[in-house]
Design a binder for this molecule. Structure first.
Ligand code: NAP
Length: 252
């Protein structure tokens, strides 16, 4: 275990699997105590057991980012167990495909509620604590879908564009309180989400790789590494930025 994040307390959303789980484990490996949250507490507990094997500490909590009570509870329980919150990783997100000939505002509402409104609500709930302590690292997981066009995910793209706008706007307002706010924009990363998108779009991994200069699909660890850096004091002079981690997909 390294000590880059020693004694730091982190909350990660959507962390029962995929990118969020890898981020939780990476932060723990760097010495942070991690509150592992997602829609299912049971799966989060399994991640906490892995964190304990790394000789760090964790706490599993049910946190649906669209549920006000869950948000209040997560803030209260984190402070009760660990006394503070230093790092917030807003990772929870969904990607629902939309057919241009069969548009549904219910789908739009669902995507925006989770990917954007929920992210803002949780951030607002944690900011007073960070402002009071004059310390905080907020990392928002966006997507290159906010920057380049992908088929059938226009509302998802809008939600991630909103995440980037929120990141930049908030960063300017809270820098004076010692708080850094940055976003990571992943390209295609091997997780259950990518699996279902590729299936629905009838795309192969080979096709994605063809358009990716690095010639491979990303691993959750590629995102976790970027997140570890932005969560650390090595990134103290970086705020309001979007770190693109996509193997070069967006430069083509
Ligand atoms: P994933 O495997 O689907 O994991 C996302 C997690 O978030 C799931 O456990 C999911 O639970 C949870 N979640 C969904 N709605 C939630 C809510 N209301 N409150 C709390 N948690 C909720 O996806 P991933 O690929 O790891 O994605 C993580 C983040 O990276 C997302 O923001 C995604 O948009 C972004 N991203 C992913 C890729 C990629 O290629 N994988 C690319 C760019 C950006 P359920 O399973 O119950 O839905």
């Amino acid at each position: 275990m390294s000590d880059t994040l020693k004694d730091k307390i982190a909350i990660v959303t959507g962390a029962r699997r995929g990118i969020g789980k890898e981020i939780a484990l990476k932060l723990a490996k760097e010495g942070a105590k991690v509150v592992v949250t997602d829609i299912s507490q049971e799966d989060c507990q399994k991640v906490v057991e892995e964190i304990e094997k790394l000789e760090s500490e964790g706490l599993a909590l049910k946190l649906d980012v669209t549920n006000e009570e869950d948000i209040k509870n997560a803030v209260a329980k984190t402070k009760e167990k660990f006394g503070k919150i230093d790092i917030l990783v807003n990772n929870a997100g969904i990607c629902l495909l939309e057919d241009i000939k069969n548009l549904d505002l219910g789908v739009v509402e669902k995507i925006l509620n989770i990917n954007l409104k929920g992210l803002i609500e949780l951030t607002y709930a944690i900011l007073p604590e960070m402002i009071a302590k004059k310390y905080g690292k907020i990392i928002n997981i966006a997507s290159i879908a906010a920057l380049v066009s992908w088929s059938k995910i226009h509302t998802y793209s809008a939600s991630k564009g909103g995440v980037i706008g929120f990141t930049k706007g908030l960063a300017g307002d809270v820098a004076q309180y010692g708080i850094n706010v940055n976003a990571i924009a992943p390209g295609a990363i091997e997780t259950p989400m990518l699996d279902s998108i590729l299936k629905e779009l009838r795309m192969t991994r080979e096709q994605v790789c063809q358009f990716t200069p690095k010639g491979r699909i990303g691993k959750p660890e590629d995102i976790a590494n970027a997140c570890r850096f932005l969560a650390s004091d090595e990134a103290d002079f970086i705020t309001g930025q979007v770190l693109i981690v996509d193997g070069g997909y967006s430069i083509k």
